[in-house]
Structures are given as structure tokens and as C-alpha cells.
Design a binder for this molecule. Structure first.
Ligand SMILES: [Zn+2]
Length: 182
């Protein structure tokens, strides 16, 4: 219908004819595909962007996992201190004691023992838990090299009764008297 109206508007008809000639030419911008040079430039730009973004993403992910792991250890340590306060300073024989509903009223020291997001083992913290008496102490850690990409030594982060949370960096290392079960 639009084409039928074109003869009534000479300027439009002229423009239409010009566009038609341009579009019919095989070497016009509208007809040809991308040249090899253009494709190579686009691929190079994508490769450069990927090389910048992927390491940043990987590092950010590792940092987030380490933060979550430290938070897990702090939560467990807090629960252990509450338990010890209610048991004459003694720590539990194993971590799973913290999750027992003692009075059937839903009172637990911690709802569940968390897992490290950088580790596939569910009992990561449970298996490393060590405790002692006279004096009372405990230690647990994130076993293995789960946080090696954050430049932490194996079996860190770690927490124990006397030193708190340790990341193994600098002087923030474990006292051998409070070594977890690793
Ligand atoms: Zn961890």
C-alpha cells in the first residue's frame, strides 16, 4: 500500500529508487557479511574482556568462600563457648552434641553444623574437632587446601579455645598445644 502511494510523492519515490539501487548492489553494507578482519577484532575484544573478568571472578568467589568458612568457624566457636558455660567449662566430646535437641523444646546450641562452601565433604569441621580437659580446650579447622587460592596454608582457617580464629597468615598461626585433629 505504501508503495502504491509513492508515485504521488516524487521525493519519496526518488529516495525509494536510491535505496533500492543501494540494496541491490552486492557490495553494499547491507548485503555483505563481516570481513575476516572485523570478526578477528570482535573475537580479540571478547578474549581480552574474558581474560580480565574470569580471574577477578575466580578470586572474588574464593574470597567469598573463605569469608563464609570463617563465619562458620566463628558460629561453631560461639556455640562451643555457650555449651562450655553451661557445662562447667567443659567442651563437648564431639561437635554433633551441639545439634541435639536436649529438652525436646527445640533448644540447640546450633541448628546444624555448617559445611565449608569450598569443600565437598559434609563433615569437614566435625572430623577435625579435637578437645581436651585440664585445662579445657578445643580446636577445629577447615581441613586440606580448600583455601589455597587465597594463599592460606593447608588446614586454615582454624579456631581454638585460646587463640580464637586463625588464618595462618603472618603470626596468626596455631599454637601447637591446640592442634586440631588433622
Ligand atoms: Zn573452608
Amino acid at each position: 500500500m505504501c508503495l502504491a502511494l509513492l508515485p504521488a510523492y516524487p521525493e519519496c519515490l526518488q529516495l525509494f529508487c536510491i535505496l533500492k539501487v543501494i540494496c541491490m548492489r552486492p557490495d553494499t553494507f547491507y548485503r555483505r557479511g563481516f570481513t575476516l578482519l572485523e570478526i578477528m577484532i570482535v573475537v580479540t575484544v571478547i578474549a581480552v574482556l574474558a581474560s580480565i573478568m574470569i580471574p577477578n571472578y575466580t578470586r572474588s568467589r574464593a574470597d567469598a568462600q573463605l569469608s563464609a568458612c570463617k563465619s562458620n568457624l566463628k558460629n561453631i566457636a560461639t556455640s562451643l563457648e555457650v555449651y562450655a558455660a553451661e557445662h562447667k567449662g567443659h567442651y563437648p566430646v564431639e561437635l554433633t552434641v551441639l545439634t541435639v535437641d536436649r529438652d525436646q523444646n527445640g533448644y540447640m546450641y546450633i541448628a546444624a553444623i555448617p559445611t565449608c562452601p569450598a569443600c565437598s565433604k559434609n563433615d569437614q569441621y566435625i572430623s577435625s574437632y579435637t578437645y581436651g580437659t585440664e585445662p579445657d580446650w578445643y580446636a577445629l579447622c577447615c581441613c586440606g587446601t580448600n583455601h589455597g587460592s587465597c594463599e592460606l596454608d593447608p588446614n586454615y582457617p582454624m579456631v581454638n579455645a585460646s587463640q580464637g580464629l586463625l588464618d595462618g597468615l603472618g603470626s596468626n598461626t596455631v599454637d601447637q598445644n591446640f592442634q586440631p585433629n588433622i
